[in-house]
Design a protein around this ligand. Structure first.
Ligand SMILES: C[S@@+](CC[C@H](N)C(=O)[O-])C[C@H]1O[C@@H](n2cnc3c(N)ncnc32)[C@H](O)[C@@H]1O
Length: 589
């Protein structure tokens, strides 16, 4: 049965019917609910109280389910909430104050009553009124079924978590042992943007992302991350613990930012959960646990929550570097430095139906299946992440129109120099105008991003940012023209094939693979980012590599791809990578 769109058991509706029907005001009703169950302000006003009495007389309330996407609504089932609180209790955690910042249907609150015996105050905050009711009804049900259970003072508040004054709790209960527990909403600010939702914190520059980062997606953040950091910041000076069920990416970010935030938290742990089983979604998530009011620590130990086994993994800050696996990192840390060449992200146009072309019988064919004749001048082969399977690529499946040589370049020249291309692009102007990203606002017509001198280098070494394969690919020119990569890929460009091949050998060496495995997170949306790739110190790798291994790798490539390359340019490759000051020292030394 549902009342106020909230599930209610027969036990609770019978109790409320029997005990409230003769009561005249909501204040009196509230006193009765407080005396019986410790719940303060059970009803907000008389209207609610009268409506409840009326509704309870109607059985079988059918209510429609609302679309809850903007609220990141994945309720923790009671079994999991029970196991989580039992786990904490097994560590001798026994809070006096429990806070559930977005309590939903209240399963963590009920589980806390069940497994913590010293609770004096419990606070739940929830934006969705039916869940506030469901939590209150569940509490009543719990105490009706467990009349001898300890009854704390309970406050379940219908409020936006971003407006609730958590600091007041920290102040009032400063000497109590506290537990912050819950599962904050699983939704990102960009998803909220697409839903036109305002379910966002008021602080717009959260994490100090610049406007451009926000526009290009780097400023995308999880609401759960904001809530978790607010909880840590507010309660870090109180004795106690914090446990929040969040996406793995949120846990990684909290540990990453701990270097800067230096919150007073320690014993940071991540307990991986099976979200498919628990929430029926394929999202990597886990329990973020930390002890409050302690000397700050900067790393996190991983466990599997379901078998309570400690995995070998420990990640976080180690000697000033952010590392995904402490154990394997130790063996390759020497190459953790700065790449002498700048890694670049590939080309971005956000207009694939018009800009992504196949070549069929001398015609280009676009995503609308239109056959088009274009001047070849601005048409280049392009590779996507899925194309980067082999070690060497000489040919592309797809082509694209490169309208600019650098970001922001004027595009009027296309009209006179490439009339067919101009006509084609203008015919599809609407597709360009429909591009959502604001990076294209007030830019020349048909603008692209991720373009510069480096895009036109003939030889490139590239990797997909999305795939979890630790393998780099050499890309050769096609019909004497450089080949482009799309924005899911990262590349470094070279004028000489020898340099590109030397870099390829170094990047595909076991040392690099091990290093990358120690600093990347397999559950990240992008395994490889510019930041990670820039950490590969190619010069150090070049100094470390065994010359015989290098020679043998080169011969294998020569044989397989019909190259005829030698190590004659190795010294000038080393010199190219050596910082200018060091080079002068070597000359005069
Ligand atoms: C992932 S669910 C988890 C609910 C509960 N903590 C649990 O563990 O089952 C997230 C909850 O946050 C609530 N919520 C979303 N945005 C909120 C906001 N701005 N303020 C308060 N609650 C919010 C949702 O309605 C939903 O109940």
């Amino acid at each position: 049965m549902k009342v106020f769109e909230a599930n209610i058991t027969n036990q609770v509706s019978d109790f409320l019917n029997d005990n409230l029907k003769k009561i005249a005001s909501f204040q009196k009703a509230n006193q009765k609910m407080y005396d019986a169950f410790g719940i303060i302000h059970f009803f907000d006003n008389d209207e609610e109280f009268e409506t409840l009495k009326e509704v309870l007389s109607i059985t079988n309330n059918v209510v429609e389910e609302h679309d809850r996407a903007e609220y990141g609504d994945f309720q923790t089932n009671s079994d999991l909430a029970n196991k989580v609180t039992l786990h904490l209790a097994s560590k001798n955690i026994s809070p006096e104050v429990v806070i559930e910042p977005t309590c939903g249907k209240g399963n963590f609150i009920i589980a806390s009553f069940r497994n913590f015996k010293n609770i004096k105050n419990i606070f739940g905050v929830e934006i969705y009124k039916p869940y506030v009711w469901e939590t209150k009804f569940s509490i009543v049900d719990f105490f009706l079924s467990n009349p001898n259970a300890n009854k704390p003072e309970i406050s379940i508040v219908h409020c936006n978590v971003f407006d609730f004054d958590f600091k007041a709790i920290a102040k009032k209960h400063s000497t109590n042992d506290i537990l912050v527990i819950g599962n904050p909403p699983w939704v990102t600010n960009s998803k909220l943007g697409s839903l036109n939702s305002t379910n966002l914190p008021k602080k717009t520059n959260f994490k100090n992302h610049s406007g451009l980062d926000a526009m290009t997606g780097k400023g995308n953040f999880d609401i759960a991350e904001f809530i978790s950091l607010t909880m840590i910041e507010t309660f870090q000076n109180m004795k106690g613990n914090l446990l929040l069920l969040v996406k793995n990416s949120v846990i990684k970010n909290i540990v990453f930012d701990q270097n800067k935030n230096r919150y007073k938290i320690s014993t940071i742990e991540k307990h991986c959960i099976d979200s498919k089983k628990e929430f029926n979604v394929s999202v990597e998530a886990g329990l973020f646990y930390c002890k409050l009011n302690s000397n700050p620590t900067f790393d996190c130990t991983e466990f599997n929550f379901h078998n309570n086994q400690k995995s070998e993994l420990k990640f976080g800050w180690l000697n000033g570097k952010f590392v995904s696996n402490f154990d394997t990192y130790i063996h390759t840390k020497e190459i953790d430095g700065e790449c002498p060449f700048v890694w670049r992200q590939g080309l971005k146009h956000d207009c694939s139906t018009v800009m992504e072309l196949d070549k069929v019988n001398g015609y280009y064919v676009n995503g609308l299946n239109e056959e088009i004749k274009l001047e070849d001048g601005l048409v280049y082969g392009i590779l996507k992440s899925s194309d980067l399977k082999n070690t060497v690529i000489k040919q592309t499946r797809k082509f694209t129109i490169v309208t600019q040589k650098k970001v922001g370049q004027e595009t009027k020249y296309i009209k006179t120099e490439y009339p067919k291309i101009y006509q084609y692009l203008t015919q599809h102007q609407a597709n360009f105008d429909a591009r959502k990203s604001s990076i294209y606002n007030n830019k020349p017509l048909f603008s692209i991003f991720g373009i510069g001198d480096y895009s036109f280098k003939p030889f490139k070494v590239a990797i997909s940012g999305l795939y979890k394969t630790f393998h780099f690919t050499l890309i050769l020119p096609q019909d004497n023209k450089s080949v482009m990569l799309d924005d899911t890929c990262y590349l470094i460009g070279f004028d000489k094939i020898e340099f590109a091949v030397y870099a390829l050998i170094l990047l595909n060496s076991n040392t690099t693979v091990q290093f990358l495995q120690s600093v990347t997170f397999l559950d990240a949306k992008r395994t490889f980012t510019k930041d990670v790739l820039m950490r590969i110190d190619l010069l150090e790798l070049a100094k470390q590599i065994d010359k015989a291994d290098l020679q043998s790798e080169l011969e294998t490539l020569n044989e397989k791809y019909k190259f005829n390359l030698t190590l004659d340019l190795w010294d000038s490759f080393i010199s190219e990578m050596t910082p200018v000051n060091d080079r002068q020292l070597t000359m005069f030394g």
